[in-house]
Design a protein. Structure first.
Length: 94
């Protein structure tokens, strides 16, 4: 693998966000998603209304707040009733 320097300015909004009205950010609290490469303090860029695919990280509302799980279907049952799909994880270094 190699990387190249982008010669033009890239807007993260333009690069990541397709539906501005349905896209928002959530901050991760807790450590139960570390095994998926998501850590406390990370910001999740999520889009409401997007249909999740198997393996997507999905967000749902619970009585205690938002929860996030890897989306799967086993025996016809969804692992999470997805209200939004994670489209990017943003981590600030330094």
């Amino acid at each position: 693998m190699h990387v190249i320097e982008e010669t033009e300015t890239v807007s993260l909004d333009e690069y990541l966000v397709k539906n501005k009205e349905a896209t928002y950010m959530l901050r991760v609290v807790g450590h139960n998603l570390n095994e998926h490469g998501v850590y406390e303090g990370d910001m999740l860029l999520v889009e409401r209304g997007r249909v999740p695919r198997i393996g997507d990280m999905a967000v749902a509302w619970s009585p205690t707040g938002f929860i996030m799980k890897k989306y799967s279907i086993e025996n016809g049952t969804e692992s999470i009733r997805a209200e939004a799909v994670v489209i990017a994880v943003v981590r600030k270094y330094g």
